[in-house]
Design a protein. Sequence first.
Length: 86
Amino acid sequence: CMKREGTDLEKVINSDKLLTQHKDNIVVFSPSVQNNVSSTLVREMLQKGKSLKYLVHEEVLQYILANDLASFEAWGGKGVAQSRGA
């Protein structure tokens, strides 16, 4: 389990029955390079109309745009996008 800024892994593990059961098998490590890109950050940038070009891989960006994820409520849109080809 990789350490991540803003996440209390001990709390996460202790709050889940399955994780607590197998706590001795969980290896916690720090990444050699800090990467604070999260889905929350991506959604926030998208909602603000900011570029995601250097934040996510080009294929991820194309998927977000092709599937109109910005229109989904969970991504800050006003509702679920219409499926393409329907």
